[in-house]
Design a protein around this ligand. Structure first.
Ligand SMILES: [Zn+2]
Ligand SMILES: [Zn+2]
Length: 158
């Protein structure tokens, strides 16, 4: 997933003055585009992330000089771009799907299983597996009597 270039993100933010600087918090909403991880169809979504970031006053930044992630106000400006980008990137789904139950693609022919149906299959005439399938048939569980005879039925009716 990614945010399309040039797309508009909506930022609903609150800026609070605190002792160390300015605390920026709020919600970012941005359109997302991507490919279904199973069938490669295009996927669009809307990413919504919460942000909460403290921008230090330059003269307070010495307290966090060792912290590379600390953000500092420059000329009374808070650069929100890296904050927005980091928040959105961390929230992107790793394997998006077009639908939660997308069946994906046939491993043999690449057809979309949602289109060709659940019974789509290819006959495998591979001699190496023939012996195995014969075994599987022999080994199938047999004669599970459970639930077959209803005790009430065996009683003679009077
Ligand atoms: Zn899909
Ligand atoms: Zn197929």
């Amino acid at each position: 997933m990614w945010v399309p270039a040039g797309a508009t993100a909506a930022l609903d933010l609150r800026l609070e003055s605190v002792i160390e600087g300015v605390l920026v918090s709020g919600t970012i909403v941005a359109p997302l585009r991507g490919e279904c991880g199973r069938c490669l169809d295009e996927v669009s979504d809307v990413g919504t992330v919460e942000v909460r970031e403290l921008f230090y006053y330059a003269d307070r930044a010495v307290d966090v000089a060792d912290d590379d992630d600390a953000r500092v106000l420059v000329d009374d400006h808070a650069d929100l771009e890296p904050v927005v980008r980091d928040a959105l990137v961390l929230d992107l789904p790793l394997s998006p799907t077009c639908r939660p139950d997308c069946a994906g693609l046939c491993a043999d022919c690449g057809a979309r299983l949602d289109e060709v149906g659940p019974h789509h299959s290819h006959d495998r005439l591979d001699a190496r597996w023939a012996a195995l399938s014969a075994l599987a048939e022999d080994g199938a569980p047999t004669g599970t009597d459970q639930g077959r005879s209803d005790p009430d039925e065996s009683k003679e009716k009077k």
